[in-house]
Design a binder for this molecule. Structure first.
Ligand code: OAD
Length: 256
């Protein structure tokens, strides 16, 4: 049984830990109005990943793929970070060593103030030249013309995101793996924990003797392995944890 009775039960494990990491998925942005992939209104319920999120799909029909990404960019452009994102941004200075690893491409963690973010799957606000590999930021929404081309060499630009069948940026995944196996505690928030290699990161933490705390309204394949599970929305559970941490810190101060 790994269901924490209350946030209070978690506090002794949080006090004094040095290295904390967090792995987030689309669920943390759900309360901002960004659709998840596998939930009730998830993108993969309506769209086929192989038609829109693979290198083959892009080779076949770059305009179609770009239309879909442009639609998603438009949708995300109006969304704001929520309380969950903001708590994680504050935790960067609360804990001595804190690393945020995300599968999300929406950039909401950075907009909430997180400065060190390992983006496993890239960023939808960046584009990459298919010829030279140069990456540039572009927040234009809607994009015009579609598909966009490289201002320097005229080749097609592609979204700077990881598609199915592609490898993750080797430096990013190496850093994420290293951080995971060195973490005293990893929070896993708003991810169905089914997409590799991200899903293996919390297992690396556990294997190295660290603890894993899952925050998700629904069970996932990680749930049976998690040290603690909090069933709830990130935007509700994280502020409650933050509040409990703040008041427990005050108590400690009083005792000294
Ligand atoms: P999924 O859609 O697979 O999972 C979203 C998870 O968030 C589910 O487990 C939900 O129960 C949970 N959830 C929903 N609302 C929540 C809330 N308010 N608070 C906390 N959790 C909530 O999304 P990901 O796990 O992010 O990859 O998907 C992983 C990868 O699959 C994505 O990065 C993307 C996708 O295909 C690529 O495109 C390469």
């Amino acid at each position: 049984m790994n269901q924490a009775k209350s946030i209070k039960d978690l506090l002794p494990f949080l006090r004094g830990v040095r290295r904390i990491s967090v792995l987030t998925g689309s669920g943390i942005s759900a309360e901002s109005g960004v659709p998840t992939f596998r939930g009730e209104d998830g993108l993969w319920r309506t769209y086929r990943a192989q038609d829109l999120a693979t290198p083959e799909a892009f080779d076949r029909d770059p305009a179609l793929v770009w239309e879909w990404y442009d639609w998603r960019r438009n949708l995300m452009a109006s969304k704001e970070p929520n309380r969950g994102h903001r708590v994680l941004a504050e935790w960067e200075s609360r804990f001595p060593e804190f690393t945020l690893i995300t599968q999300n491409i929406d950039g909401l963690h950075q907009r909430a103030g997180s400065q060190r973010v390992l983006e496993l799957h890239g960023n939808i606000w960046k584009m990459r030249c298919t010829r030279e590999g140069t990456v540039r930021e572009n927040r234009e929404s809607p994009l015009s013309p579609l598909p966009p081309t490289c201002p320097e060499c005229g080749a097609l630009l592609r979204p700077h995101v990881v598609w199915f069948g592609e490898s993750l940026d080797s430096e990013v995944i190496q850093q994420a793996s290293q951080v995971s196996s060195r973490s005293d505690l990893m929070f896993v928030i708003g991810t169905s924990a089914v997409v590799q290699p991200a899903a293996s990161l919390p297992l690396a933490t556990l294997q190295a003797g660290g603890r894993v705390v899952e925050i998700n309204p629904d069970p996932t394949p990680l749930t049976p392995h998690a040290t603690f599970t909090f069933r709830g929305k990130a935007g509700e559970v994280l502020p409650r944890m933050d509040e409990a941490l703040s008041s427990s810190g005050a108590e400690e101060g009083e005792e000294q």
